[in-house]
Ligand binder design. Sequence first.
Ligand SMILES: [Zn+2]
Length: 470
Amino acid sequence: MSPSRAPRAALAAAAVLALSLTACGTDSDVAEDGELRIVTTVAPITSITAAVAGNRATIDGLVPEGTNSHTFEPPPSASALLERADLVLVNGLRLEEPTVELAEATMSEDGRLVELGTEVLPESDYLYDFSFPEEDGKPNPHLWTDPTWAIRYAELVHENLVHLDPEGEATYDANLASFEEQATELSDALRADQESVPADERVLLTYHDAYAYFAETYDWQVIGAIQPEDFAEPTPKEVARLIDQVREQEVPTIFGSEVFPSDALEEIGRATGARYEDTLRDDDLPGAPGDPEHSWLGLMRSNYVTMLTGLGGSAPTLEALDDGDTDLLREELGDLLMQVVFHAAVAADTGEGWDVDDVAAGITDKLVRRNPHVFADGTARTPEEIDAAWQAVKAQEKAASGAREAHPLDGIARDLPALATARKALDRVPDLDTSGDDLGSRLLRLVAEAREQGVDAEEALRRAVRDRLA
Ligand SMILES: [Zn+2]
């Protein structure tokens, strides 16, 4: 029996009530009051819609961030928004059925309901899996985690906006072009950075499989999603099977999200030694409203960086992506250049034996050594050859520094924030001595406490500061 049956009856009652209100209420019409009203559901769709609509529309997202969108039931207050909406944009593919039902029952005659995913994805391309079994007829609905599909969503949003508000066409054209450019840059950056993880190691074990379509496009392998269709914990047999698979494929990191805490993933992590990284985001945007990263682009960039670094790769291209604020970038580059010149001048003055020319020579050597197929006469052409050459260079560099003993912080970026560094150190040395009364030791104990509770201290502190300044 469907768990959502009982609330549906209540929804139907609310819908009938809303209908009777509409009958004597005012008609919503774009032309009449000049304001375009759009209602959306999950945050990524709200963000894509806002990117195309710019300031020509009022947009209300119904699903609060950090909510399980798959079981979301719209509150009664949603009726009023849906009733006045000129355009209701949902993901579709049966993700938001209660909301669609309410919209169909509540919207005015002039209102238009568009199921983006259902419109762009041919039925022959529907993906079914453990969490979304074919016999239920509900395909995996997560198209937006794949930039190529997100662009299709934006195009469809554009088409509908132009239809409803032809006067805004030039604005919508420009906004769509800019979104497409950003999404394409994100896609290109992902393809560049994922070369740092060998193709057969791009494996995802997640609690909630939001990456089925992404995996097809970018050639990743989803080895499992352990969320059963009813959001219960998986059976011990299924957990045992996944433990075997993680061991067999030597998967370094398995992924979850704070919206879907999972004891089973923690158990698989403990049993296999794989790290459990619970910071993937399905549809809650990073940062605070108004921040550049509080967007579809920021969401996906953050997830790809988490996935690549979790699997032992690096993500410099993704991290360097321009999120629209180049003034800030210019200022930061200036600060960095100032540091380079300053330290080089000090080193030259104090007779360290090097100056700014040596700094430049060092980075030139490194670039040539690591990318001989670009800067020297290396012959690697295919991605496989480039990967093989890269592995050889890494092995050489490791051998060259082999005299030095391995340190627990090896491979951790030196400029990583201190709380994040402490967290990584604790991941590697869980029984690290945290005693001491000085401020540093006390902070370290707080990070350890956060880690035990599955909370990211860095993120928690940032959020606490942001919330207070919001
Ligand atoms: Zn989801």
